[in-house]
Design a protein around this ligand. Structure first.
Ligand code: THU
Length: 132
């Protein structure tokens, strides 16, 4: 793995500690590597009205965009799972809004699978508003 991606793996693992997941007891952390090298993290934020739950990946994207950052080099997501976690469909679509970049799927045991936004969600924009 490229050196520049290593920081987001640790950041995603750390971000799990801030997760608000009293209903699932399934804390998830995510970390975006931004174009300027900055790392912005997110965690899942659950709600008594379950459908309002925000996943870690979308939480990270919202944090970045709220700070004026829209260009990403990679994202890492981490949970305590047997197999490295992969983003839900909604998060895939939200990530695709900001391009096709590497996605590192991780678990706390240290297993890592590298994929990409385009591989996780092909044709995310094709045809919509005449997009490619
Ligand atoms: N969750 C994430 O934050 N990211 C994922 O990639 C999958 C699921 C959260 C949503 C919910 O708080 C909990 O994990 C169980 O689904």
């Amino acid at each position: 793995m490229q050196e520049e991606f290593k920081g987001i793996l640790q950041a995603a693992l750390n971000a799990r500690r801030h997760a608000y997941a009293p209903y699932s007891n399934f804390p998830v952390g995510a970390a975006l590597l931004c174009a300027d090298g900055e790392i912005i993290v997110g965690c899942n934020v659950e709600n008594l009205s379950y459908g309002l739950t925000l996943c870690a990946e979308r939480s990270a994207v919202c944090a970045a965009v709220s700070r004026g950052i829209r260009q990403f080099k990679a994202i890492a997501v981490c949970a305590e799972t047997r197999l490295p976690i992969s983003p839900c469909g909604a998060c895939r679509q939200v990530l695709a809004e900001f391009g096709d970049f590497p996605v590192f799927l991780c678990n706390v045991a240290g297993e890592i699978v590298e994929t990409s936004v385009g591989e996780l969600l092909p044709r995310a924009k094709t045809g919509i508003l005449d997009g490619d």
